[in-house]
Ligand binder design. Structure first.
Ligand SMILES: *[C@@H]1O[C@H](CO)[C@@H](O)[C@H](O)[C@H]1NC(C)=O
Ligand SMILES: *[C@@H]1O[C@H](CO)[C@@H](O)[C@H](O)[C@H]1NC(C)=O
Ligand SMILES: *[C@@H]1O[C@H](CO)[C@@H](O)[C@H](O)[C@H]1NC(C)=O
Ligand SMILES: *[C@@H]1O[C@H](CO)[C@@H](O)[C@H](O)[C@H]1NC(C)=O
Ligand SMILES: *[C@@H]1O[C@H](CO)[C@@H](O)[C@H](O)[C@H]1NC(C)=O
Ligand SMILES: *[C@@H]1O[C@H](CO)[C@@H](O)[C@H](O)[C@H]1NC(C)=O
Ligand SMILES: *[C@@H]1O[C@H](CO)[C@@H](O)[C@H](O)[C@H]1NC(C)=O
Ligand SMILES: *[C@@H]1O[C@H](CO)[C@@H](O)[C@H](O)[C@H]1NC(C)=O
Ligand SMILES: CC(=O)N[C@H]1CO[C@H](CO)[C@@H](O)[C@@H]1O
Length: 246
């Protein structure tokens, strides 16, 4: 009798846990759906745009165009809205896509500042915002996105200086910030990016001396710095790269 009671108790408990975890999953994936719908609402979409039609609550958001969910959890893993002719701003709710690994918004007409809320996306590995009209300063908090491998935002209007916290991005391989309005000098901390292969910060408003720490970036294959007001060891840097290629 006691045994039966125990079994029953265990059964009820498991059921309870199952229901609780189910409820949690539903709650969390609805956070993702509302984040995507908030983004949709901020875009200036024509009624015949593919997103107007496809991003409909009648279907699971995991099947929406440009959205890929994880296999084991119904949370957004990839958001790829590249080449979709979108214009509008990025809504703060996007920072609620806590399982986001890849964000690709390249070649659209997004504008305005990126919300700080995006710094909550600690799983991000690949971000491409190239060819848009984004503006605003690069936040120092960027150093907290410590899983970033590729960060491209060429052809935008980002301003401010390169935050020293960039040195925290220890697995970064690509940093492509060509054609923006970035000012200040290149922080010596950049030399700590030992995995960085591509560093493009040409066509900005950088000044000061190129830090000698660049010679410590042992993985560097491409270094693009022209059209700034930099001084110093550019020729030497070229030599370093040449030596590495041999
Ligand atoms: C939305 O787009 C996806 C990907 O192209 C497609 O598989 C799906 O059928 C579309 N859904 C609707 C309702 O059009
Ligand atoms: C996004 O889609 C474009 C076009 O299909 C593709 O070239 C690009 O690699 C995709 N980006 C990511 C991060 O998968
Ligand atoms: C950019 O997106 C537009 C659609 O909005 C497309 O026609 C064009 O080919 C894209 N450009 C590139 C370089 O992919
Ligand atoms: C999503 O993010 C926004 C802004 O960061 C926040 O105000 C909101 O409470 C979050 N949660 C949900 C469920 O949308
Ligand atoms: C980001 O997008 C630009 C513009 O389409 C492209 O040239 C670049 O290779 C992309 N970067 C990465 C790391 O995918
Ligand atoms: C940057 O801003 C200038 C001046 O407002 C504008 O002419 C230019 O088109 C913008 N560039 C991008 C890539 O949005
Ligand atoms: C560096 O990354 C760690 C996590 O790896 C984080 O806790 C810390 O706040 C980051 N520091 C800066 C300056 O961003
Ligand atoms: C390169 O790194 C080594 C080891 O961390 C350090 O001792 C040296 O000062 C660095 N060189 C430059 C130019 O930063
Ligand atoms: C990762 C994540 O967002 N987890 C949340 C899922 O929802 C539950 C209940 O609302 C939260 O407690 C978790 O933090």
């Amino acid at each position: 009798m006691e045994k039966l009671f125990l079994c029953l108790f265990a059964f009820v408990l498991t059921q309870h846990c199952f229901m609780a975890s189910l409820a949690m999953r539903i709650t969390n994936s609805s956070i993702d759906e509302s984040a995507l719908l908030a983004l949709k609402a901020s875009l200036n979409l024509n009624a015949d745009h593919v997103l107007s039609i496809n991003w409909s609550s009648s279907f699971s958001f995991c099947n929406w165009i440009g959205v890929t969910c994880g296999i084991h959890h119904r949370r957004v893993r990839v958001l790829n809205l590249s080449d979709m002719g979108l214009s509008g701003t990025i809504t703060p709710q996007l920072g609620n896509l806590s399982f986001l690994v890849e964000l690709d918004l390249r070649n659209n007409s997004f504008h305005g500042q990126l919300p700080w809320d995006l710094l909550r996306l600690r799983r991000l590995k690949r971000v491409n915002l190239s060819c848009n009209g984004f503006s605003g300063e690069i936040p120092n908090g960027i150093g907290s996105l410590s899983m970033l491998q590729h960060l491209s935002f060429r052809y935008n209007n980002f301003s401010g200086s390169i935050p020293p916290s960039i040195s925290n991005l220890s697995v970064l391989q690509t940093l492509d910030w060509n054609f923006n309005l970035i000012t200040g000098s290149i922080p010596p901390e950049i030399g700590q990016l030992r995995r960085l292969k591509i560093l493009r910060i040409a066509f900005n408003k950088l000044s000061g001396a190129i830090p000698s720490t660049i010679s410590n970036m042992s993985s560097l294959e491409i270094l693009s710095l022209p059209e700034n007001s930099l001084s110093g060891m550019y020729l030497q840097t070229k030599d370093i790269l040449k030596r590495k290629r041999k």
